[in-house]
Design a protein around this ligand. Sequence first.
Ligand code: ACO
Length: 318
Amino acid sequence: MNYARVIGCGGYLPERVMPNSELEDLVDTSDDWIRTRTGIRQRHIAREDETTSEMACNAALGAIDMAGIEAGSIDLIIVATSTPDLIYPSTACLLQKRLGIRNGAAAFDVQAVCSGFIYALSIADQFIRSGTMRRALVIGADMNSRILDWTDRTTCVLFGDGAGAVILGRSDEPGIYKTLLHADGSYSEHLQVPSGVSNPTADPYIRMHGNEVFRFAVQAMDEIVDETLADTGFTRKDINWLVPHQANLRIISATVKKLGMSMDDVILTVAEHGNTSAASIPLALNTGVRDGRIRQGDTLFMEAVGGGFTWGSALIRY
Ligand code: ACO
C-alpha cells in the first residue's frame, strides 16, 4: 500500500514586519481592536520587487534541505496561490525554473484561496497513493499585500505575506490518513477580489463581509472535525496538534473547543504572521516542527476555510 508522508518542510516570511501600530497611521483602527478581534499583532509585507514565486522558492529550499533530497528527484510541483506572479505560466512553472528542475516534473497552480494548501496536499496525496508520482513539492504562497485596499480598515488589518512548503514522499506507512475538500460557490460574494481577466475594470482589492465569513467558518470547522475523524479509527484524543489556517484566533478557539483540546495543543502563528492565506498552514507546520513541538509520529489535524467558500481538512501522521 502506498501512502504519502511529509519528509520535509520549510517556510519563508518577507523581512519587513508591519506591527499594528503602523496601521493606526493608515486607517481608523487601534492595536487593541485588532488584537482583541483577531489575535493579530503584526504581519510581514513583501518588498516591492519581490514575487510569489520567489517567496515559494525560499520556502521550497528549506523543505528540500530538511528532506535531504535532490530537487531533481521531485516529480510533482503544486503551488496553492491566489496571487500568482503572472496570469501564465503558473507560479509552479516559475518555481520549477527557479529551482532548476528540468526532469519533466508536472507543475501547476491550485486556486482555493485560504484552503489552497489543503487542496494541493490532497491532490498530491492522490497522485502518490495511486503510485503515479513518488515525490511532491507542495507549496502555499500568497502576497496578500498586493490585493489589499490600504484604506479599508475592515480588511487591511487582517492579512500578511508568506510562503510555506512541504515535500511529500512515498511510504509504506501513513502519512496522510485522510483529506476532505469542500466548496459552495453560492457564497462567492462574501469574500472576493472582484477584478479578473474577463472583468478587468472591476475593483482589484479583497472585499469581505466579515461577519458572514466568521459565522460560516465557525460552523464549517465544527462540522468537519467529526466528518474527518469518521471511519478512520481515530478519536479527538488521538490528535496531538491542531495546525489550523490562521485567519482569526476566535475562529481557531471555536475549533479547539470542538476538539476538546487546549490552546496549548495548537500551533499558533496568527499573532506574528496575520492571515497569509494558502501559506498559513504550512508556515504553522514549519514553525511547530522547527521549534521541536511537532515530533515524528505525532498526529496532526489541519483545517481551513477560504473564499469561494472553500473548506477542507487533513489528518496526518507527521
Ligand atoms: N478597526 C477598528 N474598527 C473596525 C475595524 C478596524 N480594523 N474593522 C471594522 N471595525 C468596526 C466596524 O466598522 C464596526 O463598527 P460599527 O459597529 O460602528 O459599525 C465594528 O468595528 C464591529 O465590526 P464587526 O464587523 O461586527 O466586527 P467583528 O467583531 O465581527 O470582527 C472581523 C470583524 C475581525 C473581520 C471578524 O468578522 C472576522 O474575523 N471575520 C472573519 C474574517 C476572516 O477571517 N477573513 C479572512 C479570510 S477568510 C478566512 O481565512 C477564514
